[in-house]
Design a protein around this ligand. Sequence first.
Ligand SMILES: Nc1ncnc2c1ncn2[C@@H]1O[C@H](COP(=O)(O)OP(=O)(O)O)[C@@H](O)[C@H]1O
Ligand SMILES: [Mg+2]
Length: 401
Amino acid sequence: MEIYNGSATPLLAILREGIEELSGMGAGTEVLHYALKLTLSLSGGYAGYVVRKAEEDVWEIDGVKTLYIPKTLVEELSQRDGLYRIDDELYRFLFEELQVKIHRVMPIKVSGALAGVLLIVDQYERGVGPQETFGTLQEACLSLLAQYTSILLANIRIREEMKEMRVHYEEIIVQKETAEKLASLGTIAAGLAHEIKNPLVSIKTLAQLLPERFDDPEFRNHFANIAINEVDRIGSIVSDLLDFAKSSEPKIESFDMARVIGDTLLMLFPQLTQKGIMVKKRFAEGLPGIHGDNFQLKQVLLNLFINSMEAMSHGGKITVDVFKGEDVIHRDRLIVKVTDTGTGVREEDKIHLFEPFFTTKSAGTGLGLSICKKIIEKHNGEITIESVHNQGTTVTLMLPL
Ligand SMILES: Nc1ncnc2c1ncn2[C@@H]1O[C@H](COP(=O)(O)OP(=O)(O)O)[C@@H](O)[C@H]1O
Ligand SMILES: [Mg+2]
Protein backbone atom coordinates (compact mmCIF):
# COMPACT_ATOMS: atom_id res chain seq x y z
CA MET A 1 0.00 0.00 0.00
CA GLU A 2 1.18 3.50 -0.89
CA ILE A 3 1.90 6.25 1.58
CA TYR A 4 -0.19 9.37 1.09
CA ASN A 5 1.81 11.99 -0.73
CA GLY A 6 -0.51 14.92 -0.74
CA SER A 7 -2.54 14.53 -3.92
CA ALA A 8 -6.22 13.62 -3.90
CA THR A 9 -6.35 10.69 -6.30
CA PRO A 10 -4.24 8.18 -4.35
CA LEU A 11 -6.06 9.21 -1.19
CA LEU A 12 -9.45 8.20 -2.58
CA ALA A 13 -7.99 5.11 -4.20
CA ILE A 14 -6.52 4.01 -0.87
CA LEU A 15 -9.86 4.59 0.85
CA ARG A 16 -11.87 2.75 -1.82
CA GLU A 17 -9.54 -0.22 -2.01
CA GLY A 18 -9.33 -0.35 1.79
CA ILE A 19 -13.06 -0.25 2.34
CA GLU A 20 -13.52 -3.08 -0.13
CA GLU A 21 -10.94 -5.12 1.74
CA LEU A 22 -12.49 -4.27 5.11
CA SER A 23 -15.95 -5.38 3.99
CA GLY A 24 -14.82 -8.97 3.69
CA MET A 25 -13.34 -9.20 7.17
CA GLY A 26 -14.86 -11.36 9.85
CA ALA A 27 -13.17 -10.65 13.18
CA GLY A 28 -13.12 -7.47 15.23
CA THR A 29 -9.34 -7.55 15.79
CA GLU A 30 -8.67 -8.06 12.11
CA VAL A 31 -10.83 -5.05 11.25
CA LEU A 32 -9.04 -2.78 13.74
CA HIS A 33 -5.59 -3.79 12.50
CA TYR A 34 -6.51 -3.20 8.90
CA ALA A 35 -8.12 0.11 9.81
CA LEU A 36 -4.83 1.11 11.45
CA LYS A 37 -2.91 0.26 8.30
CA LEU A 38 -5.32 2.39 6.26
CA THR A 39 -5.12 5.27 8.73
CA LEU A 40 -1.35 5.26 8.44
CA SER A 41 -1.57 5.38 4.65
CA LEU A 42 -4.18 8.12 4.63
CA SER A 43 -2.49 10.29 7.24
CA GLY A 44 1.15 9.67 6.39
CA GLY A 45 1.70 8.31 9.88
CA TYR A 46 4.81 6.31 10.61
CA ALA A 47 3.70 3.67 13.08
CA GLY A 48 0.66 2.80 15.10
CA TYR A 49 -0.99 0.62 17.71
CA VAL A 50 -4.41 -0.86 18.12
CA VAL A 51 -6.12 -0.49 21.50
CA ARG A 52 -9.16 -2.69 21.83
CA LYS A 53 -11.68 -2.89 24.61
CA ALA A 54 -11.39 -6.38 26.04
CA GLU A 55 -13.86 -6.06 28.88
CA GLU A 56 -15.16 -3.39 31.22
CA ASP A 57 -12.18 -1.12 32.18
CA VAL A 58 -9.68 -3.46 30.50
CA TRP A 59 -8.08 -2.33 27.28
CA GLU A 60 -5.56 -4.33 25.32
CA ILE A 61 -2.79 -2.97 23.12
CA ASP A 62 -2.21 -5.05 20.00
CA GLY A 63 -3.74 -7.95 21.86
CA VAL A 64 -0.72 -8.29 24.21
CA LYS A 65 -0.35 -5.52 26.75
CA THR A 66 -3.16 -4.57 29.09
CA LEU A 67 -3.92 -0.91 29.65
CA TYR A 68 -6.20 0.77 32.17
CA ILE A 69 -7.55 3.94 30.61
CA PRO A 70 -9.08 6.34 33.15
CA LYS A 71 -12.81 6.92 32.77
CA THR A 72 -12.36 10.64 32.08
CA LEU A 73 -10.13 9.86 29.13
CA VAL A 74 -12.55 7.29 27.79
CA GLU A 75 -15.29 9.91 27.97
CA GLU A 76 -13.17 12.45 26.17
CA LEU A 77 -12.20 9.98 23.45
CA SER A 78 -15.85 8.99 23.02
CA GLN A 79 -16.75 12.56 22.16
CA ARG A 80 -14.18 12.98 19.39
CA ASP A 81 -14.39 12.00 15.74
CA GLY A 82 -11.77 11.13 13.12
CA LEU A 83 -8.01 11.33 13.60
CA TYR A 84 -6.92 14.18 15.82
CA ARG A 85 -3.79 15.52 17.52
CA ILE A 86 -3.84 14.65 21.20
CA ASP A 87 -3.57 17.04 24.10
CA ASP A 88 -0.80 17.03 26.68
CA GLU A 89 -2.71 15.00 29.26
CA LEU A 90 -3.33 12.09 26.91
CA TYR A 91 0.19 12.39 25.48
CA ARG A 92 1.73 12.09 28.97
CA PHE A 93 -0.59 9.27 29.95
CA LEU A 94 0.25 7.24 26.86
CA PHE A 95 3.96 7.96 27.16
CA GLU A 96 4.00 6.83 30.78
CA GLU A 97 2.10 3.70 29.96
CA LEU A 98 3.81 2.74 26.71
CA GLN A 99 7.12 4.65 26.55
CA VAL A 100 6.19 5.66 23.03
CA LYS A 101 5.47 9.14 21.71
CA ILE A 102 1.94 9.06 20.34
CA HIS A 103 0.84 12.11 18.36
CA ARG A 104 -2.63 11.38 17.11
CA VAL A 105 -5.51 9.10 18.00
CA MET A 106 -8.54 7.85 16.15
CA PRO A 107 -11.38 6.68 18.41
CA ILE A 108 -13.52 3.84 17.06
CA LYS A 109 -17.02 3.70 18.50
CA VAL A 110 -19.72 1.08 18.33
CA SER A 111 -23.24 2.36 18.95
CA GLY A 112 -21.75 5.50 20.51
CA ALA A 113 -19.53 3.64 23.01
CA LEU A 114 -15.77 3.54 22.64
CA ALA A 115 -14.72 0.11 21.33
CA GLY A 116 -11.13 0.83 20.38
CA VAL A 117 -8.53 3.51 19.71
CA LEU A 118 -5.95 3.68 16.97
CA LEU A 119 -2.71 5.29 18.23
CA ILE A 120 -0.59 6.99 15.57
CA VAL A 121 3.07 7.96 15.66
CA ASP A 122 3.78 10.74 13.17
CA GLN A 123 6.45 10.82 10.48
CA TYR A 124 8.67 13.36 12.22
CA GLU A 125 9.69 10.72 14.67
CA ARG A 126 11.85 9.51 11.80
CA GLY A 127 12.88 13.03 10.90
CA VAL A 128 10.65 13.19 7.83
CA GLY A 129 8.91 16.23 9.23
CA PRO A 130 5.55 16.81 10.85
CA GLN A 131 2.38 17.10 8.92
CA GLU A 132 0.66 19.56 11.20
CA THR A 133 -2.70 19.92 9.55
CA PHE A 134 -4.72 17.70 7.27
CA GLY A 135 -6.41 18.80 4.07
CA THR A 136 -10.21 18.80 4.05
CA LEU A 137 -10.37 15.75 1.81
CA GLN A 138 -7.87 13.91 3.95
CA GLU A 139 -9.88 14.73 7.07
CA ALA A 140 -13.10 13.59 5.40
CA CYS A 141 -11.46 10.32 4.35
CA LEU A 142 -10.18 9.64 7.86
CA SER A 143 -13.52 10.43 9.42
CA LEU A 144 -15.26 8.18 6.87
CA LEU A 145 -12.83 5.42 7.68
CA ALA A 146 -13.53 5.76 11.41
CA GLN A 147 -17.28 5.63 10.80
CA TYR A 148 -17.05 2.71 8.43
CA THR A 149 -14.90 0.74 10.87
CA SER A 150 -17.44 1.40 13.62
CA ILE A 151 -20.33 0.13 11.51
CA LEU A 152 -18.34 -2.92 10.55
CA LEU A 153 -17.57 -3.73 14.19
CA ALA A 154 -21.21 -3.26 15.15
CA ASN A 155 -22.17 -5.63 12.33
CA ILE A 156 -19.68 -8.25 13.46
CA ARG A 157 -21.00 -7.99 17.01
CA ILE A 158 -24.61 -8.36 15.87
CA ARG A 159 -23.69 -11.36 13.74
CA GLU A 160 -21.97 -13.02 16.72
CA GLU A 161 -24.94 -12.31 18.97
CA MET A 162 -27.33 -13.71 16.36
CA LYS A 163 -25.24 -16.85 16.07
CA GLU A 164 -25.40 -17.32 19.84
CA MET A 165 -29.14 -16.68 19.85
CA ARG A 166 -29.67 -19.23 17.08
CA VAL A 167 -27.77 -21.89 19.03
CA HIS A 168 -29.79 -21.04 22.12
CA TYR A 169 -33.08 -21.16 20.18
CA GLU A 170 -32.23 -24.56 18.74
CA GLU A 171 -31.45 -25.88 22.22
CA ILE A 172 -34.84 -24.68 23.48
CA ILE A 173 -36.66 -26.29 20.55
CA VAL A 174 -34.99 -29.65 21.24
CA GLN A 175 -35.90 -29.41 24.93
CA LYS A 176 -39.50 -28.49 24.19
CA GLU A 177 -39.87 -31.23 21.60
CA THR A 178 -38.80 -33.75 24.18
CA ALA A 179 -41.30 -32.23 26.62
CA GLU A 180 -44.07 -32.46 24.02
CA LYS A 181 -43.20 -36.09 23.39
CA LEU A 182 -43.25 -36.84 27.10
CA ALA A 183 -46.59 -35.06 27.45
CA SER A 184 -48.23 -37.13 24.73
CA LEU A 185 -46.55 -40.17 26.21
CA GLY A 186 -48.22 -39.28 29.51
CA THR A 187 -51.64 -39.05 27.82
CA ILE A 188 -51.12 -42.44 26.24
CA ALA A 189 -49.74 -44.03 29.38
CA ALA A 190 -52.76 -42.92 31.42
CA GLY A 191 -55.08 -44.62 28.94
CA LEU A 192 -52.90 -47.66 28.61
CA ALA A 193 -52.95 -48.26 32.34
CA HIS A 194 -56.67 -49.07 31.89
CA GLU A 195 -55.98 -51.11 28.79
CA ILE A 196 -53.51 -53.24 30.69
CA LYS A 197 -55.66 -53.47 33.78
CA ASN A 198 -58.65 -54.99 31.96
CA PRO A 199 -56.87 -58.12 30.67
CA LEU A 200 -55.18 -58.49 34.06
CA VAL A 201 -58.58 -58.44 35.77
CA SER A 202 -59.97 -61.17 33.51
CA ILE A 203 -56.85 -63.31 34.01
CA LYS A 204 -57.09 -62.84 37.76
CA THR A 205 -60.81 -63.69 37.88
CA LEU A 206 -60.21 -66.88 35.95
CA ALA A 207 -57.18 -67.77 38.04
CA GLN A 208 -59.23 -67.41 41.21
CA LEU A 209 -61.75 -69.85 39.81
CA LEU A 210 -59.10 -72.29 38.67
CA PRO A 211 -58.61 -74.36 41.89
CA GLU A 212 -62.27 -75.30 42.19
CA ARG A 213 -62.80 -75.87 38.43
CA PHE A 214 -59.47 -77.51 37.73
CA ASP A 215 -61.08 -80.80 36.76
CA ASP A 216 -63.32 -79.17 34.15
CA PRO A 217 -61.41 -79.55 30.85
CA GLU A 218 -63.60 -76.96 29.11
CA PHE A 219 -62.76 -74.37 31.77
CA ARG A 220 -59.05 -75.17 31.60
CA ASN A 221 -59.15 -74.71 27.82
CA HIS A 222 -61.06 -71.48 28.12
CA PHE A 223 -58.64 -70.21 30.76
CA ALA A 224 -55.59 -71.08 28.66
CA ASN A 225 -57.03 -69.32 25.58
CA ILE A 226 -58.05 -66.18 27.42
CA ALA A 227 -54.77 -65.96 29.33
CA ILE A 228 -52.67 -66.27 26.16
CA ASN A 229 -54.76 -63.74 24.25
CA GLU A 230 -54.77 -61.23 27.06
CA VAL A 231 -51.05 -61.56 27.68
CA ASP A 232 -50.44 -61.02 23.96
CA ARG A 233 -52.60 -57.93 24.12
CA ILE A 234 -50.61 -56.52 27.02
CA GLY A 235 -47.40 -57.39 25.18
CA SER A 236 -48.36 -55.47 22.09
CA ILE A 237 -49.56 -52.47 24.09
CA VAL A 238 -46.25 -52.33 25.93
CA SER A 239 -44.18 -52.71 22.78
CA ASP A 240 -46.16 -49.91 21.07
CA LEU A 241 -45.46 -47.67 23.99
CA LEU A 242 -41.78 -48.53 23.93
CA ASP A 243 -41.60 -47.84 20.20
CA PHE A 244 -43.11 -44.46 20.72
CA ALA A 245 -40.86 -43.58 23.64
CA LYS A 246 -37.70 -44.47 21.71
CA SER A 247 -36.32 -41.46 19.90
CA SER A 248 -35.91 -43.48 16.78
CA GLU A 249 -33.86 -42.38 13.80
CA PRO A 250 -36.13 -42.04 10.75
CA LYS A 251 -36.48 -45.50 9.35
CA ILE A 252 -38.04 -45.69 5.91
CA GLU A 253 -40.08 -48.78 5.25
CA SER A 254 -43.18 -49.77 3.38
CA PHE A 255 -46.33 -49.96 5.50
CA ASP A 256 -50.06 -49.90 5.47
CA MET A 257 -51.49 -46.51 6.44
CA ALA A 258 -54.89 -47.93 7.41
CA ARG A 259 -53.18 -50.18 9.91
CA VAL A 260 -51.10 -47.39 11.42
CA ILE A 261 -54.24 -45.32 11.87
CA GLY A 262 -56.03 -48.28 13.45
CA ASP A 263 -53.12 -48.89 15.86
CA THR A 264 -52.94 -45.23 16.83
CA LEU A 265 -56.66 -45.03 17.51
CA LEU A 266 -56.40 -48.17 19.59
CA MET A 267 -53.89 -46.50 21.89
CA LEU A 268 -56.38 -43.68 22.48
CA PHE A 269 -59.39 -45.93 22.70
CA PRO A 270 -59.95 -45.57 26.48
CA GLN A 271 -59.98 -41.77 26.37
CA LEU A 272 -62.14 -41.65 23.25
CA THR A 273 -64.82 -43.80 24.86
CA GLN A 274 -64.59 -41.92 28.11
CA LYS A 275 -65.16 -38.60 26.34
CA GLY A 276 -67.99 -39.95 24.24
CA ILE A 277 -66.16 -39.48 20.98
CA MET A 278 -67.21 -41.64 18.06
CA VAL A 279 -64.65 -42.58 15.44
CA LYS A 280 -65.58 -43.28 11.86
CA LYS A 281 -62.98 -44.76 9.52
CA ARG A 282 -63.56 -44.44 5.79
CA PHE A 283 -60.70 -46.15 4.02
CA ALA A 284 -60.81 -46.57 0.24
CA GLU A 285 -60.53 -50.07 -1.18
CA GLY A 286 -57.18 -51.47 -2.29
CA LEU A 287 -55.00 -48.70 -0.90
CA PRO A 288 -51.34 -48.99 -1.90
CA GLY A 289 -48.63 -49.27 0.78
CA ILE A 290 -46.74 -46.13 1.65
CA HIS A 291 -43.03 -45.49 2.18
CA GLY A 292 -42.12 -43.67 5.31
CA ASP A 293 -41.21 -43.84 8.95
CA ASN A 294 -43.95 -45.80 10.64
CA PHE A 295 -43.30 -44.37 14.13
CA GLN A 296 -42.95 -40.78 13.05
CA LEU A 297 -46.23 -40.95 11.13
CA LYS A 298 -47.83 -42.56 14.15
CA GLN A 299 -46.61 -39.60 16.15
CA VAL A 300 -48.24 -37.23 13.62
CA LEU A 301 -51.56 -39.06 13.77
CA LEU A 302 -51.41 -39.23 17.53
CA ASN A 303 -50.92 -35.45 17.73
CA LEU A 304 -53.86 -34.88 15.37
CA PHE A 305 -56.17 -37.24 17.25
CA ILE A 306 -55.19 -35.75 20.61
CA ASN A 307 -55.84 -32.24 19.24
CA SER A 308 -59.26 -33.36 18.00
CA MET A 309 -60.00 -34.99 21.34
CA GLU A 310 -58.98 -31.84 23.17
CA ALA A 311 -61.27 -29.80 20.91
CA MET A 312 -64.27 -31.98 21.82
CA SER A 313 -64.55 -31.96 25.58
CA HIS A 314 -68.29 -32.74 25.37
CA GLY A 315 -68.05 -35.58 22.90
CA GLY A 316 -68.34 -35.54 19.13
CA LYS A 317 -67.10 -37.36 16.10
CA ILE A 318 -63.74 -37.95 14.45
CA THR A 319 -63.85 -39.06 10.83
CA VAL A 320 -60.71 -40.44 9.22
CA ASP A 321 -60.71 -40.63 5.43
CA VAL A 322 -57.90 -42.31 3.55
CA PHE A 323 -57.88 -42.39 -0.24
CA LYS A 324 -55.61 -42.04 -3.22
CA GLY A 325 -55.50 -38.62 -4.91
CA GLU A 326 -57.36 -38.50 -8.18
CA ASP A 327 -56.64 -35.31 -10.07
CA VAL A 328 -53.46 -34.66 -12.03
CA ILE A 329 -51.66 -32.94 -9.16
CA HIS A 330 -52.56 -35.48 -6.49
CA ARG A 331 -52.49 -38.70 -8.49
CA ASP A 332 -49.38 -40.03 -6.79
CA ARG A 333 -50.42 -39.04 -3.31
CA LEU A 334 -52.07 -40.78 -0.44
CA ILE A 335 -54.48 -38.42 1.24
CA VAL A 336 -55.42 -38.71 4.89
CA LYS A 337 -58.10 -36.43 6.29
CA VAL A 338 -58.81 -36.17 10.02
CA THR A 339 -62.06 -34.30 10.60
CA ASP A 340 -63.56 -33.45 13.97
CA THR A 341 -66.72 -31.75 15.20
CA GLY A 342 -64.83 -29.76 17.84
CA THR A 343 -64.38 -26.11 18.71
CA GLY A 344 -62.65 -25.23 15.45
CA VAL A 345 -60.02 -22.52 15.09
CA ARG A 346 -60.67 -18.80 15.29
CA GLU A 347 -59.94 -16.84 12.12
CA GLU A 348 -57.12 -14.83 13.74
CA ASP A 349 -55.38 -17.97 15.01
CA LYS A 350 -55.26 -19.77 11.67
CA ILE A 351 -51.97 -18.32 10.41
CA HIS A 352 -50.22 -19.29 13.65
CA LEU A 353 -51.20 -22.96 13.90
CA PHE A 354 -47.89 -24.38 12.70
CA GLU A 355 -45.72 -21.95 14.61
CA PRO A 356 -43.72 -23.60 17.39
CA PHE A 357 -45.11 -22.59 20.83
CA PHE A 358 -48.44 -21.33 19.49
CA THR A 359 -51.14 -22.70 21.73
CA THR A 360 -54.59 -21.66 22.92
CA LYS A 361 -54.56 -24.21 25.74
CA SER A 362 -53.55 -23.41 29.29
CA ALA A 363 -51.43 -26.55 29.49
CA GLY A 364 -50.50 -26.77 25.79
CA THR A 365 -46.94 -26.78 24.49
CA GLY A 366 -47.90 -25.49 21.06
CA LEU A 367 -45.42 -27.87 19.49
CA GLY A 368 -47.68 -30.68 18.28
CA LEU A 369 -48.51 -29.22 14.89
CA SER A 370 -45.03 -27.86 14.28
CA ILE A 371 -43.59 -31.32 14.90
CA CYS A 372 -46.23 -32.78 12.55
CA LYS A 373 -45.26 -30.31 9.85
CA LYS A 374 -41.58 -31.11 10.25
CA ILE A 375 -42.19 -34.85 9.99
CA ILE A 376 -44.57 -34.56 7.03
CA GLU A 377 -42.16 -32.27 5.17
CA LYS A 378 -39.34 -34.73 5.81
CA HIS A 379 -41.54 -37.26 4.02
CA ASN A 380 -41.92 -34.81 1.09
CA GLY A 381 -45.57 -34.41 1.97
CA GLU A 382 -47.86 -31.53 2.85
CA ILE A 383 -50.08 -30.79 5.81
CA THR A 384 -52.95 -28.30 5.69
CA ILE A 385 -55.74 -27.32 8.07
CA GLU A 386 -59.23 -26.10 7.30
CA SER A 387 -61.44 -25.08 10.16
CA VAL A 388 -64.69 -23.32 10.93
CA HIS A 389 -64.93 -21.84 14.39
CA ASN A 390 -67.52 -23.61 16.55
CA GLN A 391 -68.06 -26.27 13.87
CA GLY A 392 -64.97 -28.35 13.43
CA THR A 393 -61.59 -28.88 11.88
CA THR A 394 -60.11 -30.95 9.08
CA VAL A 395 -56.42 -31.67 8.91
CA THR A 396 -55.25 -33.03 5.55
CA LEU A 397 -52.03 -34.96 5.03
CA MET A 398 -50.79 -35.55 1.51
CA LEU A 399 -48.00 -38.09 1.26
CA PRO A 400 -46.16 -39.26 -1.83
CA LEU A 401 -46.79 -42.87 -2.75
N1 LIG B 1 -58.44 -30.19 15.90
C1 LIG B 1 -58.32 -28.95 16.37
N2 LIG B 1 -59.42 -28.22 16.70
C2 LIG B 1 -59.32 -26.97 17.18
N3 LIG B 1 -58.14 -26.31 17.35
C3 LIG B 1 -57.02 -26.97 17.04
C4 LIG B 1 -57.04 -28.32 16.54
N4 LIG B 1 -55.77 -28.70 16.32
C5 LIG B 1 -55.00 -27.66 16.68
N5 LIG B 1 -55.73 -26.62 17.12
C6 LIG B 1 -55.25 -25.30 17.58
O1 LIG B 1 -53.87 -25.21 17.26
C7 LIG B 1 -53.12 -24.94 18.44
C8 LIG B 1 -51.75 -25.58 18.32
O2 LIG B 1 -51.83 -26.98 18.35
P1 LIG B 1 -50.57 -27.83 18.76
O3 LIG B 1 -49.41 -27.36 17.93
O4 LIG B 1 -50.91 -29.26 18.68
O5 LIG B 1 -50.28 -27.36 20.25
P2 LIG B 1 -51.12 -27.65 21.59
O6 LIG B 1 -52.02 -28.80 21.30
O7 LIG B 1 -50.08 -27.95 22.61
O8 LIG B 1 -51.85 -26.38 21.87
C9 LIG B 1 -53.96 -25.46 19.56
O9 LIG B 1 -53.67 -24.81 20.78
C10 LIG B 1 -55.37 -25.16 19.07
O10 LIG B 1 -55.71 -23.82 19.31
MG1 LIG C 1 -51.44 -30.59 20.36
